[in-house]
Write a protein that binds this ligand. Sequence first.
Ligand SMILES: Nc1nc2c(ncn2[C@@H]2O[C@H](COP(=O)(O)OP(=O)(O)OP(=O)(O)O)[C@@H](O)[C@H]2O)c(=O)[nH]1
Length: 239
Amino acid sequence: MKNFTSYNRQALIDAVVLLVAVALTGALLHGLDATEALYEYSRSHEGYELDEIILTVAVSSIYLSVYTLRRLRNLQALLVAASTDPLIGITNRRRGSDLIAALVQGQGPNNELASIIMFDVDDFKRINDDYGHDTGDEVLTELIEVVQEETRRMDIVIRWGGEEFIILCPRTHADEACQLAERIRIAVERHRFRDVGQVTASFGVTALAPNENLRSQVVRADRGLYESKRLGKNRVTMA
Ligand SMILES: Nc1nc2c(ncn2[C@@H]2O[C@H](COP(=O)(O)OP(=O)(O)OP(=O)(O)O)[C@@H](O)[C@H]2O)c(=O)[nH]1
């Protein structure tokens, strides 16, 4: 359905570009008195007819417009692919790192304007071992669907690596982020995953501090996650 809609949108854009190209070509030829010049040219060059020249110019400009548009669209698709995780279709680590760094740089002196939640599936190796790697992949996709049901529009879920994820929560104090993480934890625990049944996850939460590099911020969240694992998993710890 999504592909069909985007295909229709592309066809519509192509049609609009065609119309604009035709209109521009006509306006240009008219505005520059090009018709007159072309007429003179066609008269002095027996082999050319005015209609043929205009048609050639119009077709070339239409072709160039559509070609340029297609190239731009391909470029846009490449940019999206470079910042998206291929398995789950969410923001990948490269793009996620840039977003976190940008948010840290944009923070004022009153810190705690944003927080991150790091989480990791509990005993995921066992899921892979018991049900196979493909089912493991499906669990990750289903997990993110559950997570995204709970997150707000402004939150960005990032695949940080393997079965580890970060939620970037702009304009969110750490205690609010903890509440969000707890809601997600409960939703995951209650969800029944296809084939596998119950799956749980552990969470580490931290506020983003200004003037601190990305690595230190993530290490702090990771410390919270580690503590959750150490205390028995399926819990949220603020770092
Ligand atoms: N199916 C699948 N497995 C993955 C993917 N990325 C990482 N893994 C597996 O995830 C497992 C992670 O194992 P561990 O690091 O031991 O973690 P764990 O079993 O979840 O244990 P705890 O984190 O302590 O709860 C490894 O077996 C990896 O091979 C992936 O994209 N798909």
